[in-house]
Design a protein around this ligand. Structure first.
Ligand code: ZN
Length: 434
């Protein structure tokens, strides 16, 4: 399906952001990376792009975690938001233009809820406000589900106060020890889905171009967002296109805490450079299931070694992003095809074509790759370790100077054990990671 922006002068994108109570895992990262490449590509093609990605900082999971930690909710959400920002920055994911927090938009949510009640799409029951699924004939159209199956198949909360088991919560009552805000329906807190309808409307309007997130959000979250927004603003389109990335497996299995294969971004960055993880995740088309493996991570690192060797082999001229890379990304963000093009440019660059090296750097740059200095890449990217290695090398030089060769050899062996290869030149010792 070709993409036609509502306004080619201003493209608008909304992504569901994290619920901030724990470190982001590599499944979360896949969605954030898909958004990142999408927005980088749109910026290349259109003069103005606004990218909004929210922070969900009120949620029962947050309340439960804060209680378990003996920590107040504000400090938990603040800390986790900072960790999320650090992890995405380490992954070279660009920040959104606007990052609204749910708790700063409660008034917007209440306004939408009031409007839904007024329009006959929502009702109050037992301190709750519920969306009436039966009031919206196209409910289920986004996720392609029949409303009858939705109720039968979904794990809906069965509650006596619901008119229909598929009806979902817009507002719910809070106890004294739960976060809550005064409202026409009593002190309470919003349901999760209304947050995104409120924040997308506030920052992007009734109609915007692209809404994205992981395929796990398609139902019920996105289906419910769409129902709420279209019932509030029937003259609008809500999201004109949807981008749903498929799930990620770890060594062929679904990632879960109980299987012990749950990987945070930080877990992986202890083992490999960020770009290796980035290349691995972009190596599958976003709509295909991605299998994360240790072998794949190592392979990605080797591919990047080759790409960096291609850059390091000579001067790298400043050239435009190659057409073939743009064409691949224009085809529904075909990152594997774009990466295949990088492989062929690297081969040409290694054969002596410096223009190809420039094109490799520019094309990879659009994917957020090859952003390191090649020399730094081959030394690894752990600067704290670098300082320790430099200290050992200085100690070895001093030992050699003092003709303590046994000590100098022992230091060399120690470094070798850490995977550091030394090379003595007439200008001193240089090193690289094996
Ligand atoms: Zn959302």
């Amino acid at each position: 399906m070709p993409f036609t922006p509502l306004d080619p002068e201003h493209v608008k994108v909304y992504y569901c952001g994290p619920t901030v109570y724990d470190l982001a895992h590599i499944g979360n990262l896949r969605a954030m990376l898909t958004a990142d490449v999408l927005v980088r590509f749109l910026r290349q093609a259109y003069p103005c792009v606004t990218f909004v990605r929210n922070i969900t900082d009120v949620d029962d999971k947050i309340t439960a975690r804060a209680r378990a930690n003996g920590e107040d909710i504000g400090s938990l959400t603040q800390r986790t938001t900072e960790e999320f920002h650090q992890d995405l920055a380490a992954m070279n994911v660009l920040p959104p233009d606007i990052e609204p927090r749910a708790t700063h938009n409660i008034g917007e949510m209440q306004a939408l809820i009031a409007r839904l009640i007024e329009n006959g799409h929502a009702y109050e029951a037992d301190g709750h406000v519920l969306f009436s699924v039966a009031s919206f004939p196209s409910y289920g159209a986004l996720s392609g589900r029949d409303p009858e199956d939705l109720v039968a198949g979904a794990r809906v909360e069965v509650a006596g106060y619901k008119k229909d088991p598929g009806d979902f919560v817009l507002w719910k009552p809070s106890d004294a020890d739960q976060p809550g805000w005064e409202s026409p329906w009593g002190r309470g807190r919003p349901g999760w889905h209304i947050e995104c309808s409120a924040m997308s409307h506030r920052y992007l309007g009734e109609s915007f171009d692209i809404h994205g997130g992981g395929s796990d959000l398609l139902f019920p979250h996105h289906e419910n967002e769409r129902a709420q927004s279209l019932c509030c603003f029937p003259q609008g389109k809500f999201a004109n296109y949807w981008v749903h990335n498929a799930m990620l497996l770890v060594e062929g299995e679904k990632m879960s805490k109980s299987l012990g294969n749950f990987l945070t971004i930080r877990d992986v960055l202890k083992q490999a450079p960020a770009e290796a993880l980035r290349l691995l995740l972009l190596g599958a088309h976003y709509r295909s299931t991605l299998n994360y493996t240790q072998a794949g991570l190592q392979e990605s690192r080797k591919v990047l070694d080759r790409f960096y060797r291609a850059l390091a082999a000579g001067p790298v001229p400043d050239v435009a992003v190659p057409e073939a890379v743009l064409k691949a990304l224009a085809e529904d963000l075909n990152t594997p095809m774009a990466i295949a093009e990088l492989h062929s440019l690297a081969a040409q660059a290694l054969a002596g074509d410096r223009n190809a090296a420039g094109a490799l750097k520019a094309g990879a740059g659009l994917l957020g790759l090859l952003q390191e200095d090649p020399e730094k890449w081959f030394k690894g990217d752990r600067s704290a370790d670098d300082a320790a290695i430099d200290a050992l090398i200085a100690e070895r030089a001093a030992a050699k100077k003092a003709r303590d060769f046994a000590k100098a050899d022992a230091l060399r062996d120690q470094l070798q054990g850490q995977g550091v290869v030394l090379e003595d030149t007439k200008d001193g010792t240089i090193w690289r990671r094996a």
